[in-house]
Design a protein around this ligand. Structure first.
Ligand SMILES: Cc1cc2nc3c(=O)[nH]c(=O)nc-3n(C[C@H](O)[C@H](O)[C@H](O)COP(=O)(O)O)c2cc1C
Length: 190
């Protein structure tokens, strides 16, 4: 099973990273290994809306995103994680998502949808400093539709409120246990 974990937090040793480490441990517990991709380490040019992918199915930019298209198309599970920045995802996450317009175009404009991908699943992981009722609403919509473009419908989520300082989530063992459990759930075959 090909499992991709995308971390959209730019903060090294931050809460998203800690949660994802636990998710990856749960995946390993289940006998699988995930490929971990830290978006802040990659050079990904922002989408310029030129429309090339809508006609041709590929992007005019050749950068670190190029290899990710193939990895996404070969993935069975995708975890897309971002902390909340101004009620949305981080800039690094959004640049990556916008470049997934290539996948959206292939699927919805160029009819390259693949029936055999029906068993694929996507997951959202997020953290926020505050506790507002709608704190994850914007990011959830963005991530839901990004995962849909990747053919991995949103099938589960771990959303953690009231975690602000770097690494603070490590002090919440029940949350870390939930992350481990999510790793197990991701590997469930059906
Ligand atoms: C630029 C910026 C914007 C933020 N905006 C919000 C916000 O709108 N709501 C919120 O609850 N937390 C907000 N936060 C707090 C982060 O979501 C929080 O610190 C989170 O734990 C960071 O995760 P990380 O350690 O994985 O990077 C913001 C933080 C930064 C740096």
């Amino acid at each position: 099973m090909n499992i991709l974990i995308f971390n959209g937090s730019p903060r090294k040793g931050g809460n998203t990273e800690l949660l994802l480490t636990s998710v990856a441990a749960g995946i390993e517990q289940s006998g699988f290994r995930a490929e971990y991709i830290r978006l802040a380490d990659l050079a990904i040019h922002p989408c310029i809306g030129c429309g090339h992918c809508e006609r041709e199915g590929h992007c005019i930019f050749a950068d670190d995103m190029t290899a990710l298209y193939a990895a996404i198309e070969a993935a069975h599970r995708i975890v897309l994680a971002s902390p909340i920045y101004f009620y949305g995802v981080t800039a690094q996450t959004k640049i990556f998502i916008d470049r997934c317009q290539v996948l959206w175009s292939r699927k919805y404009l160029l009819s390259e949808r693949k029936a055999y991908r029906d068993d694929l699943r996507g997951y959202m992981v997020s953290v926020a400093a505050t506790a507002g009722e709608k704190i994850f609403a914007g990011a959830r919509l963005t991530i839901r539709y990004a995962l849909d473009a990747m053919d991995c419908p949103l099938s589960g989520e771990l959303l953690v409120k009231e975690v602000s300082d770097k690494g603070a989530v490590a002090g919440k063992p029940e949350i870390m246990a939930e992350a481990l459990q999510l790793g197990n759930e991701i590997c469930r075959p059906d």
